[in-house]
Design a protein around this ligand. Sequence first.
Ligand SMILES: [Zn+2]
Length: 86
Amino acid sequence: MVFNMMKKADVKKSVMYTIDLTKIDGDGAFTCPKCGTLISPDDETDENYQIVETKVKDDELAELILMCNKCRSTIKLVGFLSQPIE
Ligand SMILES: [Zn+2]
């Protein structure tokens, strides 16, 4: 079997920003790391961003990938799952 070394390079081509929701105060709104557009979970107009992909783990939202409609940056949201406290 020959491993395709090009695969990783393809993924790296587009910049993806990661936002950790556990480090955001308030209602989960944040600004685009590139252009500063406010991205709010309460915004249902699709004007500022659109949802590209959602990843669910154990019936809970684990990851959300958005695209900023202004600068076309891809933004990955993590931190939906609360860490178990023991
Ligand atoms: Zn942006």
